[in-house]
Design a protein. Structure first.
Length: 407
């Protein structure tokens, strides 16, 4: 007998919204492989994970020209793990499994001669898998480009005037977090749109930048840092195609930004980092991000703050740095905002800080969006910590230093 997980529909929760057909579709509709993509992506939580022991049925697959006997009804990644293949740690240059929902393409291998995602592709008898992907151009699902009036936490406040487009932006699919109030879940969980090469994505965004005469270009998500090979090449293409003074902005949750990854991105041409640790307490971070492992949440939260410190210490003369926090009464207290403010002030009170007011979205449609007055309180708390450049996102637009309201 072997143990397996599978997913079933919770009929009384399903609203027939079609998200599981149009945005995050099943690549094994006749027999669940337990990839869990639909479980993570369903906006109405109308999927339940079940477990069972079954009599195994075996099939044969070829991995790097060697034949293996593996249980049927697995994804390629699970079959590989079954035979002892080790995926690389998240944020490394190798093949890894950060999103597991089909958006980031970090797990892609040559499967029956086609570059394809191992996390959602089911195995079949006789399948041929090649794990050496050197020389194959990486891909990733990309939304946009679109011109943006506001930008993100890494967009210098003084460039935003709400009249001219400040950045040309793209958003990439796949995330290593599972935020129940994901503010961009249609992108994050997309596993059906065409995946672009870094060059294709760079060409698109450069075109948008030229049409709208933006001061910068930006990549957000989802989480852009998941597919390192792709991101490095993307910035290299941007670097070659844009004038040096154009900002090349990475908007990231910071969880995978190790010092060597940051060095690599700066060398590749990234000159603007927006890093979002979101909060300071691990329990709060778990609530915001949907992570159930306290160890993992602690590691991610620490990494994100370390990334802020590293970028500031090593690159403050050559890259712009903005830090992101989040606020909603249900998720973060003003006391914690103050702690975050103290932490940032201890690095440098002049660092730009942007606080996003989390609104009802995805699985937390019950959230109440903070009032403008409440966000001004948040701003005041941070300014009382000594921070000089605090911007709060509100339902009436962004409010920045000296109370100037844009929008
Ligand atoms: S881990 Fe497979 S697409 Fe992201």
């Amino acid at each position: 007998m072997i143990y397996r997980k599978y997913v079933e529909v919770v009929e009384d929760r399903c609203t027939n919204c079609k998200f599981c057909e149009l945005v995050c579709k099943c690549y094994s509709p006749n027999l669940c492989t337990g990839c869990l993509a639909c479980f993570w992506a369903c906006p109405y939580e109308a999927r339940r994970v079940k477990e069972e022991y079954v009599e195994p049925r075996f099939i044969e697959i070829w991995v790097d020209k060697v034949k293996y006997r593996v249980p049927a009804n697995l994804t390629v990644s699970k079959a590989l793990e079954h035979i002892g293949f080790k995926f690389e740690p998240l944020g490394s240059k190798g093949i890894s499994l950060p999103c597991k929902t089909g958006g980031c393409w970090s797990c892609a291998l040559l499967i029956d001669g086609v570059f394809e995602r191992s996390c959602i592709t089911p195995i079949r008898n006789g399948m041929e898998i090649i794990t050496n992907i050197k020389g194959i151009v990486p891909r990733r699902i990309v939304h946009g480009p679109e011109p943006h009036l506001v930008g993100g936490k890494g967009t210098p406040w003084w460039e935003v005037n709400y009249r001219e487009y400040v950045e040309a932006a793209i958003w990439v699919a796949g995330c290593n977090l599972r935020c129940p109030q994901c503010q961009n879940y249609h992108v994050t969980y997309d596993n059906v749109s065409k995946a672009l090469t870094p060059k294709e994505a760079a060409e698109e965004i450069v075109r948008c930048h030229l049409i709208f005469n933006t001061k910068g270009v930006a990549i957000s998500g989802g989480e852009p840092t998941l597919n390192r090979r792709w991101l490095k090449l993307f910035f290299e293409y941007l670097n070659k195609s844009l004038k040096p003074k154009v900002r090349r902005h990475l908007d990231s949750n910071g969880t995978l930004l190790s010092s060597d990854y940051i060095d690599e991105l700066v060398e590749s041409g990234c000159n603007d980092f927006g890093v979002e640790p979101k909060c300071v307490n691990v329990k709060t971070y778990m609530k915001i991000t949907g992570l159930s492992s306290e160890d993992e949440a602690r590691r991610y939260l620490e990494n994100s703050w370390k990334a802020v410190e590293y970028i500031y210490d090593k690159y403050r003369e050559k890259v712009f740095l903005g830090v992101g926090l989040i606020y909603n009464d249900d998720l973060v207290s003003l006391r914690e905002i103050e702690k975050a403010g103290d932490k940032i002030r201890s690095i440098d009170p002049n660092i730009q800080v942007t606080v996003l007011d989390y609104f009802p979205s995805f699985r937390r449609r019950y959230l109440v969006r903070p009032t403008v007055e409440r966000m001004l309180e948040v701003k005041k708390v941070l300014e009382s910590c000594g921070l000089k450049c605090v911007i709060v996102q509100t339902r009436s637009g962004h409010i920045g230093p000296k109370g100037v309201k844009r929008g």
